[in-house]
Design a protein around this ligand. Structure first.
Ligand code: MG
Length: 383
């Protein structure tokens, strides 16, 4: 019997990489559900190729176009709750959650509720609701395997010892396109500058998050929830080559790192096949050519997002939801040319300072904190 997988966010960068991995796994795995936000033409093309029993699109206006472009008759779900319904109604072994941002939260939570294996690329789900998601997984027996390359590396390195023997984890960061830029130059950076990531080929939101290093801030919070680590034990180091994907230091001084070519297909495949490893399509690390692996201490004056990441991991509660929502709203404003690049982190910081903190929030309170933070960020720029 083949294992059944649903891919949420199949038309995005991680989703497309997942489909390439599925090519290598197709004798053991079948795709039973594909879901996207609004890119109906790409989704239809993928569905016609992979023939899942259900297809979902969040944008209800794209529904008719999707249906017209399908050359078979799967169960088609459309509208705001389409992804949630897809996970609820389609029996599967694993859900790959690769939606970008808060939009992926409800369906991701549903997968955990149903006790599925969750291959989690949607880091925002953990940043917003890690305090609810992790205990829920424990209750339902859902296994959460990170797809984020750094967290996949830590997950793998943690197999070398016990969690109580860990003294710190070190998240590597490429430093993004502005690693060597001054604050003054960053203030003038264009969208094109911010999207030009030096080592990873990714979608626009995460590329901008890499440029502000907010991506690493989100990853600090993600690591905090995923591995139950105090903020003090999570460090960030700049590693421009993106070969060392992260490291774990144990109490005896040993540092275990996971290395590989910068290719998302490696962590995606591992999340699916864990604990097994199989040959796959990912690029190999070529050790026959000289490699320089640089490590640099990050400059939190130029990249204040990192400070926010640690603060939010320390605070917990509603802070993660606010960090994520404010950043998402600010990134959108920057993409629309409404604010300067450096305003993204500044507005996010302000939203964190201004919000009414709740230490043990319910899902509704998290949603409300998310909504208020978005409104505040958008309002700041109109006054
Ligand atoms: Mg990452």
């Amino acid at each position: 019997m083949k294992k059944r997988v649903i891919i949420l966010g199949s038309t995005g960068s991680i989703g497309q990489n997942t489909l390439e991995v599925m090519d290598a796994l197709s004798d053991q795995w079948e795709i039973v559900g594909l879901a996207a936000g609004s890119r109906h033409a790409e989704l239809a093309q993928q569905a016609n190729r992979w023939r899942p029993e259900a297809v979902a699109i969040a944008d209800s206006e794209a529904g008719p176009n999707l249906k017209n472009a399908l050359d078979y008759a799967p169960n088609v779900l459309t509208g705001e709750n389409a992804l949630y319904k897809l996970v609820s109604e389609t029996d599967c072994d694993c859900v790959v959650s690769a939606v970008v941002g808060a939009d992926g939260l409800a369906a991701t939570l549903r997968a955990v509720e149903l006790g599925r294996r969750l291959a989690l690329a949607n880091k925002e789900a953990l940043v917003i609701a890690g305090s609810l998601l992790m205990p829920l997984a424990e209750q339902t027996g859902a296994t959460i395997i990170p797809v984020d390359s750094e967290h996949s590396a830590i997950f793998q390195a943690l197999h070398s010892g016990k969690i109580e023997e860990v003294t710190r984890v070190v998240l590597t960061a490429s430093g993004g396109p502005f690693r060597t830029w001054s604050i003054e130059d960053m203030a003038k950076a264009t969208l094109e500058d911010a999207l030009a990531h030096p080592t990873w080929d990714m979608g626009p939101k995460i590329s901008i998050d890499s440029a502000t290093m907010m991506n690493k801030a989100l990853e600090i919070v993600e690591a905090h929830w995923l591995f139950d680590l105090d903020a003090e034990k999570i460090e960030v180091i700049i590693h421009p080559e993106s070969i060392i994907h992260s490291m774990v230091e144990y109490c005896d001084g040993s540092v275990i790192a996971q290395l590989g070519a910068p290719d998302m297909r490696t962590p995606i495949q591992y999340a699916l096949t864990y604990p097994a490893r199989i040959p796959g399509p990912a690029k190999r690390l070529d050790l026959t050519v000289a490699q320089t692996l640089r490590l640099e201490v990050p400059d939190e004056t130029r990249f204040p997002a990192l400070t926010l990441g640690h603060e939010v991991a320390r605070q917990g509660g509603t802070a993660g939801a606010v960090l994520n929502a404010a950043n998402e709203a600010a990134v959108q404003l920057f993409r629309n040319g409404r604010i300067r690049f450096t305003d993204i982190t500044e507005l996010t910081k302000q939203a964190l300072l201004d919000h009414r903190f709740i230490a043990s929030p319910t899902m509704d309170e998290l949603r409300k904190a998310d909504r208020l933070a978005r409104t505040e960020v958008t309002r700041c720029t109109t006054c």
